[in-house]
Design a protein around this ligand. Structure first.
Ligand code: MG
Length: 263
């Protein structure tokens, strides 16, 4: 019998996994604490593109979930890194909070736009922003998607997410967007690198087959789907295991012999 592979890093999704809308999932705070007590590193890998990591840390603290700023990885963090690396000037469709992270890299008028970055439009984006983005892409700017979610669950029900807006611009401008968030395997690779743990010892936990399971598998990680959030309705590849909620993650890590050869 092969030796069981110890898990050293848990990449935990937020929306639908740790919380649903403004409500924390039962047992989430205790589960994250227990995972840490097991000596397993934690990164919160979320596609949230409506607010900043600072806001997420505060939101988690309000739910009793401890998180350090450098443990929260979102496409907003990657967008900042991309613009710095490429010395870019961006036209940005994003909330005021998200725009603050990209300060100094946002086009103010007149200069050449190198990137068009599309984040959650629910702050009130409209035709003028989309039209300006379309025109910048036609003039050579690269279209960059924070994420491609079709819909998002809020307290008031399901709502339009970022993906449709990205697809609209792709269709009109006849280009393909660069994807920063999940399911991009690069997103998960950055998370494992930040913790210094390889994918074989990493467990991805999330409620979305298309982003968490597909992306985690592509990066070579083990994957667990929770039944909370989109867990029972999302479409995509099979995870290694399906569990009721994030509260079961510590037990899954401890009783991990099932993971042997499961990747
Ligand atoms: Mg989720």
């Amino acid at each position: 019998m092969e030796a069981a592979v110890p898990i050293r890093l848990a990449l935990i999704d937020l929306d639908g996994t740790v919380y649903a809308g403004t409500r924390v999932i039962d047992g989430a705070a205790g589960a994250v604490r227990r995972v840490r007590d097991l000596g397993v590193a934690v990164r919160f890998t979320t596609n949230t593109d409506s607010v900043t990591p600072v806001t997420l840390v505060r939101r988690l603290a309000g739910m009793g979930v401890e998180a350090e700023l450098d443990e929260v990885l979102t496409p907003v963090v990657l967008a900042r890194a991309l613009l710095d690396e490429e010395d870019g000037t961006a036209l940005v469709i994003a909330s005021h909070d998200v725009r603050s992270v990209l300060a100094g890299r946002i086009a103010t008028g007149g200069e050449r736009v190198t990137h068009v970055i599309v984040a959650d439009p629910s702050y009130g984006a409209g035709y003028a922003e989309l039209d300006a983005a379309f025109r910048a892409i036609r003039e050579g700017a690269q279209l960059v998607a924070m994420q491609l979610g079709r819909w998002v669950q809020r307290d008031s029900g399901v709502h339009l997410d970022t993906g449709g807006w990205v697809r609209l611009l792709e269709y009109a401008a006849e280009v393909d967007a660069l994807l920063l968030g999940k399911p991009s395997p690069d997103f998960f690779r950055l998370a494992t690198e930040s913790a210094g743990v390889d994918a074989a010892h990493t467990l991805v936990v999330g409620d979305d087959r298309a982003s968490d399971v597909a992306g985690g598998r592509a990066a070579g990680c083990h994957t667990v789907l929770v039944r909370t959030g989109k867990g029972t309705v999302s479409r995509g590849p099979e995870p290694d295991l399906v569990i009721d909620s994030v509260a079961d993650v510590p037990d899954v890590i401890v009783n991990n012999s099932w993971m042997t050869g499961s990747r």
